[in-house]
Write a new protein. Structure first.
Length: 263
């Protein structure tokens, strides 16, 4: 059995998952560099696979969900150069975008605006946990994705990610300095570092909890609240509304989207 590569391309991180069937066997996280060419991507991916005693020849197919157009193009070119067509002539790579099967109805004003990551999150969350649900995806921005009981995408909200918010503060306040984004023991800081960590971390928890309260009040019922994304493990343990962390939710959604379209 060959490998299915699922690539979640965000503005800050490129997350790669290697699947054998429905089993996620390995994940990698790399910085997003929009100037990477298809050859540079091939070298990077081949190097990552080599750690598992695999290579490019072991890739059976690839699915890409991207919000970074230059890397979407580079990954398409990578697939065209390094993934041979299947014996029956069908394609072996899929870029999530308009015209593909998703199994998700987009109940929003402009469906074309909905990113691949939000579609993948909606599909995976509904299949894994049912609906209604709210997914809090902690990345460059923090996305709140709302899923109906039937699995429809209902919209949501965006907030600046905690790292973006912190960097803005550090960059504009000359006497403040960077601190690790870990919670202090107390909300009342006794030194500058703890004051910063209290305001950034506990303040961001307040943002998350406040938005979730408004979303749940509008949605009604008792939705499942699921966190995902690279910073989920930092905030989710402090947010009482979040009941589960699923760090691989987006990759799972991409795998499901591949299966829907490969048949």
């Amino acid at each position: 059995m060959g490998i299915l590569l699922a690539l979640d391309v965000g503005n800050t991180n490129l997350v790669i998952g290697a699947y054998k069937g429905a089993t996620l066997v390995r994940t990698w996280r790399a910085a997003t560099h929009v100037e990477r060419t298809e050859d540079e991507l091939a070298i990077m991916i081949d190097g990552l696979l080599a750690r598992e005693e695999l290579g490019l020849d072991d890739i059976d197919a690839m699915v890409v969900g991207s919000v970074v157009p230059p890397l979407t193009l580079a990954l398409t070119r990578f697939a065209e150069r390094h993934l041979e067509a299947a014996a029956d002539g069908t394609r072996r790579h899929l870029v999530i975008g308009p015209g593909i099967k998703t199994g998700v109805r987009l109940r929003v004003d402009n469906p074309s605006e909905v990113g691949a990551d939000r579609i993948a999150n909606t599909l995976a969350a509904h299949r894994r946990y049912g609906g209604p649900a709210v997914i809090v995806d902690f990345g460059t921005s923090t996305n709140f994705d709302v899923v109906s009981a039937e699995g429809d995408f209902l919209g949501g909200s965006f907030a600046p990610g905690i790292e973006i918010a912190a960097e803005s503060l550090f960059g504009r306040a000359s006497r403040l300095f960077r601190v690790p984004l870990t919670p202090p023991r107390d909300a009342i800081g006794k030194n500058t570092a703890d004051c910063l960590r209290s305001g950034i971390v506990f303040g961001y928890v307040g943002l998350v909890e406040g938005l979730l309260a408004r979303i749940v009040a509008e949605l009604g019922g008792h939705p499942r609240i699921i966190a995902t994304g690279g910073l989920a493990s930092t905030i989710a343990p402090l947010a009482k509304s979040i009941e589960r962390v699923d760090e691989d939710l987006t990759l799972e959604g991409l795998r499901m989207l591949w299966e829907l379209n490969a048949a």
